[in-house]
Design a protein around this ligand. Structure first.
Ligand SMILES: C[S@@+](CC[C@H](N)C(=O)[O-])C[C@H]1O[C@@H](n2cnc3c(N)ncnc32)[C@H](O)[C@@H]1O
Length: 263
């Protein structure tokens, strides 16, 4: 069996999915991550789906980072056009290399006319763009934008979150789906971590309860459609069981919140 990470260097591109697979494998090796094509597709199906029964026409991905999920959403025709916005802040997980690799990946997969990366902050992008989006994805980003150990509502950042939600509402079409995927503040692991009984590379104290984001977005013309647990890929066969509150308290550290413009 060939190593997918080698495919990108050693052979001309056979198909876009193989190129993406090679990029994912390369990053996984470099960062010692457990991620591959099936795991990425699993995440994309959950995070890039719309509330209507059709693919997104034009998606905005806030903090697009390495962009492997965005590329997959385009290759799988879950999205037709996509704007990714990211200033590429290395302390937040993605740097110059990630930016340059994403540009190469877009070219190598032939997506130059469907995916555009804007190297800027989301605030700057929203104040400059004239686009309207029917899908907005904010995956693992909000706790970087609003970094506090306090509850969001008790911090001065709450107003800024309301302001961002209002700016996103202005670029959202009336049938827009806005998806927030992030790490939960509360739960068993989080509790053990706070008590010093468990170690984790995730600092749960800077994460927010899903309801905090919903509160901020509701103040700016959004309404909650649904919240579900993000069941880890390795536990996917247990999804019916882990989709319950039991799941959010135990195995599911992440949540997916879907909102739409208030009617
Ligand atoms: C943890 S990474 C998540 C990347 C990607 N969404 C993913 O799921 O892998 C957080 C990303 O947010 C980006 N970011 C930080 N501040 C931002 C801002 N003001 N506007 C847009 N993106 C920002 C960082 O550069 C980084 O790429």
């Amino acid at each position: 069996m060939t190593n997918p990470a080698m495919a990108i260097q050693s052979s001309p591109i056979a198909n876009p999915e193989a190129v993406l697979e090679a990029c994912i494998a390369k990053r996984a090796l470099r960062r010692q991550l457990r991620v591959d094509l099936p795991r990425t597709r699993y995440a994309v199906r959950r995070i890039f789906s719309t509330l209507k029964d059709s693919p997104a026409e034009h998606a905005l991905v806030v903090g697009v980072g390495h962009g492997h999920d965005a590329v997959m959403a385009l290759l799988d025709d879950q999205v037709r056009l996509l704007d990714g916005v990211d200033p590429y802040i290395s302390d937040d997980g993605n740097d110059d290399d990630d930016f340059n690799e994403l540009l190469s990946l877009i070219e190598a997969t032939g997506l130059q006319r469907r995916m555009f990366v804007h190297r800027t902050t989301i605030d700057e992008h929203l104040s400059a763009t004239t686009q309207h989006y029917d899908l907005i994805v904010i995956n693992d980003v909000l706790h970087h934008l609003f970094l506090t150990r306090s509850r969001l509502e008790s911090s001065q950042l709450f107003e800024r979150a309301v302001h961002l939600a209002a700016a996103l509402r202005k670029v959202a079409s009336d049938d827009c789906t806005l998806t927030i995927c992030d790490v939960e503040r509360h739960g068993m692991r989080q509790l053990l971590y706070r008590m010093g009984l468990m170690r984790s590379w995730v600092d749960f104290s800077t994460k927010q309860h899903w309801g905090s984001w919903v509160r901020a977005f509701k103040e700016s013309g959004w309404q909650l459609h649904s919240k579900r647990n993000y069941v880890p890929f390795a536990l996917r066969t247990l999804e019916p069981l882990l989709s319950t509150p039991l799941g959010s308290f135990t195995a599911c550290e992440r949540y997916i919140v879907r909102m739409r413009p208030a009617r």
